[in-house]
Design a protein around this ligand. Structure first.
Ligand code: PA5
Length: 464
């Protein structure tokens, strides 16, 4: 069951020449898109982009599943401590593939699997609230950090290890499983010293491309998600991504359309509107993937380019009653990608003949309502000359989510090549990390600390 992209409403014959893409534009950019894909695939063959080979990890799957079963037998809760690329992939998989109220289900309804929490912030009120509801004694903590030094994750780790050491003493180490670099970083050092069970984040796979490594797979498997199916969905998309013809490769076609929209048509805002609450986490994950990969100051050749369109999350139908007014009538700076699910897992019928003047709803299902509202919105946007395309998932399953994740990753990497920037680094994020280390008094950051202090001494000059 393949996912597909319908880009009819991006084209000039649907929304007019002023905002729609013409066949000529596609033809003009086609060579650049194919060349970018070929380059990416060539570099992959030279072991350049290990994220592209992640669908093929049979041995790892067996190991993860075995560990997940052991964790399920021994623990009531499984908690991810991580942030950014070390958290969003986890959230997206649980959100998409588990019951919408998974943690509220009883033990049996969860098939004896632990409750899952992803602590991806250091908000003290939230963390303290978490400690009110989760007993560390029955909890496995999965510390996920590629660098092994991220302040948020390390702080959470320090808090939890103190609590566990106080309560459980010598066996405290049995409550940690770490997912980090195989050789480097402080977390690797601690893991080896303390004897924590651990998984490795492969070399060269950055956080936002790591959901199909143990970063995302361990917690998914602990909750009973079929990670084999997830990876085989990704591998089937990998086969489609090998074609350098835009008509056969959805990642390539979408990369080309987004490139034209941004570079040639000034569409600076990319809205991803999911008509399924289960895809809400995928949209958050995509927003990070797109922002960190494509929002860059410098091109590969060192020219200042300051490029990147801004991704915005929207959920249908909810945001029809919130953001849609702006999409319909605001500036012509947006391109909308709908995520559409053909078949939901459940059908809910609206009762017939109970209230006068609402008869037209009776006998339909909430599924019909969702579909009608999405089609209505697509049509209204198209009539208002707002470019939009639709990615359709036949259903939400491990296979379709694997396909979607892989397609969006490859699409993002191709667009990065087309922009001539590096879609795999994040120097902007590093800058803020350095500042936090300096402010917190980390050794080696003294100079930066002095600079920040003098900036702060100057105080705020314009406050109301
Ligand atoms: O995508 C990225 O590279 C970032 O979002 C990182 O995942 C995030 O900063 C956390 O870093 P780390 O995994 O090193 O703790």
């Amino acid at each position: 069951m393949d996912i597909k992209i319908d880009f009819t409403n991006m084209m000039a014959d649907a929304i007019g020449d002023e905002h729609g893409i013409t066949d000529k534009e596609i033809k003009d950019v086609n060579d650049l898109a194919s060349k970018s894909l070929i380059e990416l695939q060539d570099e992959r063959r030279k072991k350049g982009h290990p994220f592209m080979d992640l669908p093929y990890q049979d041995d790892l799957v067996d190991e993860i599943e075995k560990t997940a079963d052991e964790i399920s037998e021994g623990f009531e809760n499984f908690v991810v401590l991580g942030i950014g690329g070390s958290a969003l992939g986890n959230i997206s998989l649980h959100n998409a593939l588990n019951h919408p109220y998974y943690n509220m289900l009883g033990h049996e309804a969860r098939n004896g699997r632990p409750k899952i929490f992803v602590m991806d912030n250091v908000d003290p009120d939230k963390f303290s609230g978490f400690l009110d509801v989760v007993d560390p004694k029955t909890t496995m903590f999965n510390v996920i950090t590629k660098s092994g030094t991220t302040v948020e994750t390390m702080s959470q780790f320090l808090i939890m290890s103190r609590i566990l050491k106080n309560r459980i003493r010598k066996d405290y180490y049995k409550h940690f499983i770490c997912t980090t670099d195989g050789k480097q970083g402080l977390m690797r050092e601690i893991t080896d010293r303390e004897g924590f069970k651990s998984f490795i984040i492969p070399d060269g796979v950055g956080g936002r491309y790591s959901v199909l490594t143990p970063v995302g797979l361990v917690s998914a498997s602990v909750s009973g998600i079929n990670i084999n199916e997830l990876l085989s969905g990704a591998s089937s998309m990998d086969e489609r991504c090998a074609f350098d013809d835009i008509n056969d490769n959805p990642a390539l076609m979408n990369a080309l359309l987004q490139y034209i929209s941004y570079k040639k048509r000034g569409k600076n805002v990319l809205i991803m509107m999911a008509y399924a609450n289960a895809l809400s986490g995928i949209v958050d994950w995509f927003c990070q993937l797109w922002s960190e990969s494509l929002g860059k100051k410098d091109s590969i050749s060192g020219e200042t380019v300051n490029c990147g369109s801004t991704p915005v999350k929207a959920i249908g139908v909810t945001d029809q009653h919130s953001q849609l007014q702006l999409y319909m009538e605001g500036p012509f700076d947006k391109v909308i990608t709908f995520l559409h699910v053909e078949r939901f897992n459940k059908n809910i019928e609206i009762p017939k003949g109970t209230v006068d003047k609402l008869e037209y709803l009776g006998g339909h299902t909430l599924n019909d309502l969702m579909e009608a509202e999405m089609i209505g919105t697509q049509l209204a946007l198209t009539e208002n000359k707002r470019p939009n395309c639709t990615i359709t998932l036949p259903e939400i399953s491990e296979s379709t989510i694997g396909q979607l994740i892989y397609m969006l990753e490859v699409q993002t990497a191709i667009v990065g090549k087309m922009y001539e920037i590096n879609p795999f680094d994040q120097p902007g994020v590093e800058a803020s990390k350095i500042n936090s280390h300096a402010l917190l008094g980390r050794e080696g950051y003294e100079e930066r600390r002095k600079e920040i202090e003098s900036y702060r001494k100057a105080g705020s000059k314009h406050v109301v």
